[in-house]
Design a protein around this ligand. Structure first.
Ligand code: SPD
Length: 363
């Protein structure tokens, strides 16, 4: 073989290897504290795909990246109500279900519920679901409000006298307008799914009363703060509060954390695995989706992050303590009081965000 031919052949080979190396990557953008500690490692070992894993703690942040385009992510995890309008904006590609044999593991009822956000479940599958409720430090709340503290009610935070008494031990709320404003509406007896800006206003007026007692608005810091006793009350996501309880128990620091789904009702939500239209590694994203829909992998995730799974065979592999906890797998009676988020159109989204900004800035 002539030297030129050999050189050309080796160049082609080098290019092919480089392309293959590039193909073996996957860029994931997921919620913080939302995966087992060994999930990524196991996936990389099984597939040889190298994962870059970034985290966020707000649907709004994820949405801004997706709508700007070229996020660089191959797999993201929007909540279903946000995903619905992102699908309309053309942000996600349809899934190739022939590459997802483990789809059969997902509960048909839950997939039916999320089909109201994604007709035919064409663009996404359920990752985990949960509720937005109240986490609190049992000792500090009892010290300040006594044994009859309304720990089963939104009154624990939205009653301004209660909030005032708990202010010194620290109150935080999620920085999530489409969750906090409806929770306040529910406490006021207004339909939490209402999209009437006048109802948002009533909720923001209620928040104005307790605002002086709120230490901060943040959607992930509360896990450690609750575990360490640095705050005593938070509105947060179910599994996060249980993680705080777990961290406190591990630290053996005398902090006892509890989670309550208020008796008035609470938001239940579904976080979805979806592939952006401009994903460069969609094939690998499909492999990851199928990997986490494996019963053992998804059970390992729930056993670590304490959020609920919609994977039927995984239920046999989830710790009994988690299955039996009504804060994670609520009874039918409690489920009947949960609401799911409406899809806010651009106008109502602006209105709810405006009220939230006014709550946070006091203007
Ligand atoms: N730490 C993980 C929290 C995941 C919460 N998902 C948010 C759902 C909001 N509707």
């Amino acid at each position: 073989m002539k030297l030129k031919t050999i050189l050309m052949a080796s160049t082609v080979f080098a290019f092919a290897s480089a392309a293959n190396a590039e193909d073996k990557v996957l860029n994931i953008y997921n919620w913080s504290d939302y995966i087992a500690e060994d999930t990524i490692e196991k996936f990389e070992k099984e597939t040889g795909i190298k994962v870059t894993y970034d985290v966020f703690d707000s649907n709004e942040v994820l949405e801004a990246k997706l709508l700007a385009g070229n996020s660089g992510y191959d797999l993201v995890v929007p909540s279903a109500s946000f995903m619905a309008r992102q699908i309309k904006a053309g942000v996600f590609q349809k899934l190739d279900k022939s590459k997802l044999p483990n789809l059969a593991n997902l509960d048909a009822g839950v997939m039916g519920n999320v089909a109201t956000y994604d007709e035919g479940n064409e663009h996404a599958v359920v990752y985990l679901w949960g509720t937005t409720g109240i986490g609190y430090n049992e000792g500090k709340v009892a010290e300040r409000l006594g044994d009859s503290a309304p720990t089963d009610s939104w009154a624990l935070i939205f009653d301004k006298d209660n909030a005032a008494k708990l202010a010194d031990c620290g109150i935080s709320v999620l920085d999530a307008p489409t969750e906090m404003i409806p929770a306040a509406m529910k406490y006021l007896g207004i339909d939490p799914r209402s999209t009437d800006p006048a109802d948002f206003k009533k909720a923001s007026e209620l928040f104005a009363q307790i605002k002086p007692h709120i230490r901060y608005f943040h959607s992930s810091q509360y896990i450690n703060d609750l575990a360490n006793g640095d705050i005593c009350l938070t509105v947060g996501w179910s599994g996060d509060i249980f993680q705080a309880r777990d961290r406190a128990a591990e630290a053996d620091n005398g902090v006892s954390v509890a989670y309550t789904i208020p008796k008035e009702g609470a938001l239940s939500w579904f976080d979805m695995l979806a592939i952006p239209t401009d994903a460069k590694n969609a094939e690998n994203a499909h492999k990851f989706i199928d990997f986490v829909m494996d019963a053992q992998i998804t059970a390992d995730i729930t056993n670590y992050v304490w959020f609920s799974s919609a994977n039927t065979p995984a239920l046999k592999l989830i710790d009994q303590e988690i299955l039996d906890d009504p804060g994670i797998f609520p009874s039918d009676e409690v489920k009947a009081k949960l609401w799911v988020a409406p899809v806010y159109d651009a106008r109502t989204d602006r209105a709810i965000n405006r009220e939230w900004t006014s709550v946070k800035t006091g203007q």
